[in-house]
Design a protein around this ligand. Structure first.
Ligand code: CTP
Length: 394
């Protein structure tokens, strides 16, 4: 994902410095070239050898380190890197950067760096709320630095409050987001994903095998590509980037009501959810007790949301549906495209355990009124990008 990208991590003296070990390792796993620069104080918390082992690159501390291949290290590293994150950023280092003081390898390299600059402050709440620190952060914002808000919680000093370094995952996601190509910037995308749950009584419901993986992959990829993304889903166990709005619903009716109130605002609506076609006609308020007799549940049709969207499509809005069949996939999917007035149907194969509901891989054919394009068998993440590539050309 980050192949060919160079990341500099600037680490200041804080107990939270240990989190950057995980971050450096996670970035390496995504194939980034990772360089760590520590302040002298930071070396009291993590040994530079740890970062050298994790990144395969020399960890820089002293500006005048002669034991290395470059003569003017701070300038050459600043030139080749794509992004520079200072985390944890101490009040002292923030003060230095905001006032142009370059007295060590970290501050000097950052001063020579002119691409994406991220600052993640971490300190005691009173220090964080100090107006001098806040002024320095404002000044950095003015100069194009992105400030990552610290988290709230129990701090190393024992105080409760704001000032914690955000989780390693949030720091990683922020770097990945900033290094992505934002070709969907300015686009609003609504995505439904996963199964709906149709309640029979307070303990039972009817559902299906959809895992939500395909829809969540599309949502995450669209977000990384700069879109403003909302997900409507009953799925709760899959990762979704922090900047994505999630509406947690349960039934097909909930999903319809949620979509009906806001569908007009979106450029693209992708119905990846496996929406129930039928729901119990009468919900029973108390748990149904068994008897010796057989029983049946009367079902009634749900609203077909994709058809509703197809009928009420706004000017320039594109509606995309999914289709999953056990027989005559392409023929039936083409019929759905026409019947539901969709702009595209993504036809899913459910042959074997490498495609379909629970798998991380899939086989998809994209059907529009003019053509059928079979995408290569691939991971749902990669297919999500291919689907988005096609959607923006509709
Ligand atoms: N869909 C929907 N609302 C429903 C049912 C389905 O919006 N109540 C959407 C799904 O999200 C999907 C598409 O319709 O994008 C196709 O779903 P599918 O159930 O395969 O289509 P049907 O036309 O219901 O197929 P069948 O007649 O085989 O049930």
């Amino acid at each position: 994902m980050l192949k060919g990208k160079t990341v500099i991590l600037g680490v200041c003296g804080s107990i939270a410095a240990y989190k950057i070990c995980y971050l450096a390792s996670a970035l390496k796993k995504l194939h980034a070239d990772v360089h760590v620069i520590m302040t002298k104080n930071a070396t009291n918390f993590v040994n530079p050898i740890t970062f050298e082992t994790l990144t395969g690159n020399k960890c820089l501390v002293d500006t005048f380190d002669r034991n290395f291949e470059f003569n003017v290290e701070h300038v050459s590293l600043a030139k080749k890197a794509d992004i520079f994150m200072v985390a944890p950023a101490s009040a002292n280092v923030i003060g230095k950067i905001a006032n142009g003081i370059c007295d060590d390898m970290l501050t000097t390299t950052l001063f020579a760096f002119n691409k994406i600059k991220l600052i993640s402050p971490a300190m005691n709440t009173n220090m964080y709320n100090n107006p001098i620190l806040q002024d320095n952060l404002l000044k950095l914002k003015k100069y194009g630095y992105q400030i990552i808000s610290p988290a709230k919680g129990m701090l190393a000093c024992g105080d409760e409050g704001v000032g914690k370094l955000p989780s390693e995952e949030i720091l990683l996601d922020t770097i990945v987001y900033n290094l992505s190509n934002h070709d969907l910037k300015g686009k609003k995308i609504l995505i439904t994903a996963g199964a709906t749950k149709e309640a029979i009584d307070p303990v039972r419901y009817i559902t299906n095998n959809s895992s939500g993986k395909m829809g969540f992959s599309i949502a995450n990829k669209a977000y990384l590509r700069g879109a403003d993304v909302k997900v409507v889903s009953s799925t709760t166990n899959l990762k979704l980037y922090d900047g994505i709005e999630l509406s947690n619903i349960s039934s097909a009716k909930d999903m319809y009501l949620e979509i009906e109130k806001s569908y007009k605002d979106y450029d693209y609506i992708i119905m990846a959810a496996a929406v129930a076609d039928y729901t119990p006609k009468n919900y029973v308020n108390n748990k149904i007790k068994k008897s010796d007799n057989d029983m049946s549940i009367e079902l009634e049709r749900t609203t077909d949301i994709l058809s509703f969207l197809g009928k009420n499509k706004k000017d320039k809005q594109k509606i995309i549906g999914f289709s999953m069949e056990t027989e005559n996939l392409l023929e039936n999917s083409k019929k759905k495209l026409e019947k539901k007035n969709a702009d595209m149907i993504c036809a899913n194969s459910i042959n074997g355990d490498k495609t379909g509901f629970k798998a991380d891989t899939n086989q998809i054919t994209l059907i529009t009124k003019d053509e059928m394009v079979e995408l290569p068998f691939d991971t749902k993440d990669n297919l999500a990008d291919m689907i988005l590539d096609k959607i923006i050309k509709l």
